[in-house]
Structures are given as structure tokens and as C-alpha cells.
Design a protein around this ligand. Structure first.
Ligand code: FAD
Ligand code: SIN
Length: 536
């Protein structure tokens, strides 16, 4: 039997929870479905902060200009203006929900600086901004009487009216719309059915597609994969942002982020000879946009065969290091690096997806009743390269706009109940095959890292495509024949998303922003989006 809600929200990061709270405040019944505990999300690890214009020395127009420069000609300018305009209101909203942003001694906000920003405008809570935001939002949803929170529930597949008609052998005689989803309860291994008038996908990013990433394990692109399988439009997947400075460890594939805010306070990038090198690449040096800095590091590493470079935070006063970066300081110290006296070994790592499910500025996707916001969505704000600290801001703004839009949708669609059949799945588990699956996880991640990284070629992209297609066939055979579990479902999504990244990368016959391809080193005169959409 299906559980019925007005809206199902998939994901409990900043986007999902901000949206759920708004819609619940308007009196609707919400289910928040999240695959781990509520706090586990990219949001929880955000360090630098959230960009917003509040200072008299700054203007929204300047924030707009910086975002457009960073986006390298592919931002939707009206989206940029609309979203950034709500920066100050978003900070107020988070403050009201209990986030105490760091203040200066005189009570004014402590504003950080990051790459591509011409002004100090990053609100932060030391270097644990995301953790504090996540804690405040989780507390608020736990207190909301209209929200049921389903932790350890893995959303598998959207249910749409067209799929239901196909299943029942009927013709669809209305516009296709979402009517619910199936989710695996990972604590009892049962697949549960959730019916709803509307669904929000807020499942975050895709960092785990790559061997080295700053993202936690949850970032497997599930929302994009689900949307794509339901025929929803997805775009610009080639724009993967590699963060320039993740802590390098030779013994682990973990890549702990060293926030760009550290460079904002004066840290310098150095090669293995100890030389500062950014001036060779860009006049903005360490504070150039991320695509520029990551490519410069990649180029220096390739030139010398170095396994990492250095970030020198020694110019930053000790007091500042301790007050602004206690979390980073502690992580480095645990690895034997004392920031005021040692340089930090760094490498780039996959960090953020700038493309995703195409939405309008009301978080609406191309499928009726389906909304998306946060990192999973592509609104046009980021273009070909996201400006630092614009992601948390976009998530809050689009959650609010999406909430208003879903309320209008519910005024028409609320209460339309469709009987949804229960999930029918295989019952067999095959341990030999599972070992193959583990290898496949490795293979996807390594293929993407080696062939679809910071600098690309058509030949390597083609090679990657062939490998991913083989893996896709294998995983789908497995999916249809065996009992599903979380690892299998994630791998299936990861492989699909890897394929979409490669498809988009092959479509773009130019170098722009985060997509640098040596066969086409120049920009096209007329920039356009790449698109992938499954024909149903
Ligand atoms: P997330 O916060 O990732 O939440 C996704 C949620 O969906 C999670 O709860 C997850 O468990 C759930 N989920 C996923 N798949 C499923 C499924 N199948 N079923 C059920 N639940 C599912 N941006 C900034 O603007 N400023 C920063 O300072 C900053 N620092 C960052 C530092 C790090 C280390 C990282 C990794 C990212 C950083 N970013 C930063 C980016 C930013 O944190 C993310 O883009 C943003 O938090 C995404 O929020 P979200 O709500 O869209 O997704
Ligand atoms: C950072 O703190 O460097 C990450 C900021 C971001 O990804 O926006």
C-alpha cells in the first residue's frame, strides 16, 4: 500500500530541507526521503560560505558581473540577476532558522573572499558553514508537525502517469506527470511506494563519479539518473568543477577540502620548487575563477610529474588561521601539517556539477509536478563555471521560489490519488556477481578521472564512452535479474550519469569554462547548452 503525501522531497541537504520547511509552513503534508541520516549531504561539508551582497561597499550588480565572468559566457543573465537579488533575504532567512554567521568584534558580519569575487561578500560560520546550516535545518524539520522524515530510504525510481499507463496497457490521455516514487528502506530491505501530487528532487551532486572528489559518498547523481530515466531534460553535464585545493594524501583516496577562503585570506600556491606560479596563468593569481586555477595546477603538475603542489598558508596571521579555519587547521594537524609553519600538499578534486536537471526559475522541470533544486538542478546561474559560494545561495533562493510554485500546482493537483502498484523485484542475490560490481565501481571512477578530467580530448572521451557503455549493459542486466540493494542502485545511477557527462562533453566542440578539450581549444561565437533527454 502506498503512503500518500502532498509533496515528496528527496534529499535532506540545504535545498530539500529549505523547500520542505516552506511548503510545510503553508500547511501541506510532506515526506522527506533521504538515503542516510538526515545530516549526511554535501551541504554538511560546505566550508567557505554563502555569497550575498549586504555591504554598502558592494552591489548586486557587481556580484552579477563576477558570476557572469566566472560562467564564461554561458550563464542565463536574467537567472543570475533574479537569483542574486535574493542574497540578503536568504541570509536573513537562514539567520532566522538559527544559523549564527561569524561576526567581527564590532558586531558586523565577517565577510570572506574567494576566487572570482571582486568584493568580500561570503557569509560564513568559521570554516564549518554547511554543518551549522544543516544542523539548524534538520532541527527545524524535526519540529515541524507537517513533515514526516524517512531516513535510510533510498529513492529508486520516479513513478509517472505514462509509466503507469504502460504498465496497465492503457494509452496516456493527459499530459505526463509525476505521481510518486519507489524507495528502498535500507534498514529492512523492503521497497516502499510513496504517492504524491508533486515531487522535489534535491539529491545533490555527482562527485562520486570521479576517483578523487571532495564530495561525501552520497553524491552519486541519483536524482539526475531518476529524472533522465523519466524522460526529463538534463543539460550541460560536461561542466564538472574541479576544486583546485584538496588535501593530498598518498595513502588514501579521500580528498578533504582546503577552502578557497584560505587563498582569500592570502595563501599562495607553490610548485615543488617552492615557487609561486599563478601569475604566469592569470593576473588575478590565486583568486582567479576556479577553472583557471585548477587548470594551472594541472598544467604545473603535468610539466614536472609532481603528485601534488603546495598551498602556503604561512602568510596568514596565526590568529586568523585559528579563528577562521579551525576545522581545516585540525585536519591538517592530524596529518602532521601545522599550517603556520608547514605548506599543505594539495591537488585538484572533482567538486561540483554546474549542469543538471533543467529547471525554470520556479524549480519546475520539464515533467509536470516534478521540481528540482540545489546542485541537482541547472537554472542557468552557473553557466560554464560556478562562482565560489553561489551554490548554497542558489539552493535557498530556488527552494523558496519552488515552494511558491508547488503551492500553486497543489491548488489544482492536490488530492488526486492514483493507485500505484507495489514494486516487483528479483529475489536472488549472487555473491560472485557482487565482486564484479565492486570492480565496476572502481572502473567507472578511474575511467572518468583518467579520460574525462580537467583537460579532455575527443579520443579519450570516445574511449571513456565505450567503457561506460559496456558497464551500463552489465549493470542493467544485473538490475533486472537480482534483488536490489543500495550499492547496486548507486552504481547503476553513477554509470548512467557518467554516460551523460561524456555525451555532453562530446557534443561541445569548443573549450569553455570547465570544459577544456585540446581538439577544440577556442570558444564558439554563439554559446549554447548541451542537452540529453531520453526518448520514452
Ligand atoms: P546535498 O546537500 O548534497 O543533499 C543531497 C541530499 O540528497 C542528501 O541528503 C542525500 O543523502 C540525499 N540523496 C541523494 N540521493 C538520494 C536518493 N537516491 N534517495 C534519497 N536521498 C538521496 N557551496 C557553497 O556555496 N559554498 C561553500 O562553501 C561550499 N563548500 C563546499 C565544500 C565541500 C567539501 C563540498 C563537497 C561542496 C561545497 N559546496 C559549497 C557546494 C555545496 O555544498 C553543495 O552544492 C550544496 O550543499 C548542495 O546542496 P543540495 O541540498 O543540493 O544537496
Ligand atoms: C570552498 O570553501 O572553497 C568551497 C566553496 C564552494 O564550493 O563554493
Amino acid at each position: 500500500m502506498a503512503e500518500f503525501y502532498d509533496v515528496i522531497v528527496v534529499g535532506s541537504g540545504i535545498a530539500g530541507l529549505s523547500f520542505a520547511l516552506k511548503v510545510a509552513e503553508a500547511g501541506h503534508r510532506i515526506a522527506v526521503i533521504t538515503k542516510k541520516n538526515s545530516a549526511e549531504s554535501n551541504t554538511n561539508y560546505a566550508q567557505g560560505g554563502i555569497a550575498a551582497v549586504t555591504s554598502k561597499k558592494d552591489e548586486v550588480n557587481m556580484h552579477v558581473a563576477d558570476t557572469l565572468v566566472s560562467g564564461d559566457g554561458l550563464c542565463d543573465e536574467s537567472a543570475v540577476r533574479e537569483i542574486l537579488r535574493d542574497g540578503a533575504a536568504s541570509i536573513d532567512q537562514l539567520t532566522e532558522r538559527g544559523v549564527a554567521f561569524t561576526q567581527l568584534e564590532d558586531g558586523r558580519a565577517s565577510l570572506g573572499k574567494e576566487g572570482g569575487h571582486t568584493k568580500r561578500r561570503i557569509f560564513h560560520v568559521q570554516d564549518v558553514t554547511g554543518k551549522v546550516i544543516e544542523e539548524a535545518l534538520v532541527k527545524s524539520i524535526e519540529e515541524s508537525p507537517n513533515i514526516d522524515n524517512f531516513e535510510h530510504h533510498f529513492a529508486i525510481e520516479l513513478i509517472t502517469s505514462s509509466k503507469l499507463c504502460k504498465h496497465e496497457g492503457r494509452k496516456l490521455d493527459e499530459e505526463d506527470r509525476v505521481i510518486g516514487l519507489y524507495a528502498l528502506n535500507t534498514q529492512n530491505d523492503q521497497v516502499e511506494t510513496f504517492a504524491a501530487s508533486a515531487v522535489l528532487l534535491a539529491t545533490g551532486g555527482i562527485g562520486q563519479v570521479y576517483q578523487f572528489t571532495t564530495n561525501p559518498f552520497i553524491a552519486t547523481g541519483d536524482g539526475i539518473a531518476m529524472a533522465y530515466r523519466a524522460g526529463v531534460e538534463v543539460r550541460n553535464m560536461e561542466f564538472i568543477q574541479f576544486h583546485p585545493t584538496a588535501f593530498y594524501s598518498k595513502d588514501s583516496s579521500e580528498r578533504f577540502l582546503i577552502s578557497e577562503a584560505v587563498r582569500g585570506e592570502g595563501a599562495i600556491l607553490r610548485n615543488m620548487k617552492g615557487e609561486a606560479f599563478m601569475e604566469k596563468y592569470d593576473a588575478r593569481k590565486e583568486l582567479a575563477p576556479r577553472d583557471v586555477v585548477a587548470r594551472a595546477i594541472d598544467s604545473e603538475m603535468k610539466e614536472t610529474g609532481a603528485r601534488h603542489l603546495w598551498l602556503d598558508a604561512r602568510p596568514i596571521p596565526k590568529k586568523k588561521l585559528h579563528e577562521h579555519f579551525p576545522n581545516i587547521y585540525e585536519h591538517c594537524a592530524k596529518q602532521g601539517i601545522i599550517m603556520e609553519s608547514d605548506m599543505i600538499p594539495i591537488v585538484p578534486a572533482a567538486h561540483y556539477l554546474c549542469g543538471g536537471i533543467k529547471t525554470d526559475l520556479n524549480a519546475q522541470t520539464s515533467l509536470s509536478g516534478l521540481y528540482a533544486c540545489g546542485e541537482v538542478a541547472s537554472t542557468g546561474l552557473h553557466g560554464a563555471n560556478r562562482l565560489a559560494s553561489n551554490s548554497l545561495l542558489e539552493a535557498v533562493v530556488l527552494a523558496n521560489r519552488g515552494a511558491l510554485s508547488v503551492e500553486k500546482y497543489l491548488s489544482i493537483a492536490k488530492g488526486e490519488v492514483t493507485v500505484i502498484p507495489d514494486w516487483i523485484g528479483g529475489n536472488v542475490r549472487d555473491s560472485d556477481e557482487r565482486i564484479v560490481l565492486l570492480h565496476n565501481w572502481d572502473e567507472v571512477k578511474r575511467t572518468m578521472w583518467d579520460y574525462v578530467g580537467i583537460v579532455r580530448t575527443s579520443k579519450r572521451l570516445e574511449r571513456a564512452r565505450t567503457r561506460i557503455q559496456t558497464l551500463d549493459k552489465e549493470i542493467n542486466d544485473y538490475y533486472w535479474n537480482f534483488k536490489v540493494d543500495e550499492s547496486l542502485l548507486e552504481l547503476r545511477n553513477l554509470i548512467l550519469v557518467a554516460g551523460l557527462i561524456i555525451d555532453c562533453a562530446l557534443q561541445r566542440k569548443e573549450s569553455r569554462g570547465l570544459h577544456f578539450i585540446t581538439d577544440y581549444p577556442e570558444k564558439n561565437d554563439a554559446p549554447c547548452d548541451t542537452k540529453v533527454r531520453r526518448k520514452l
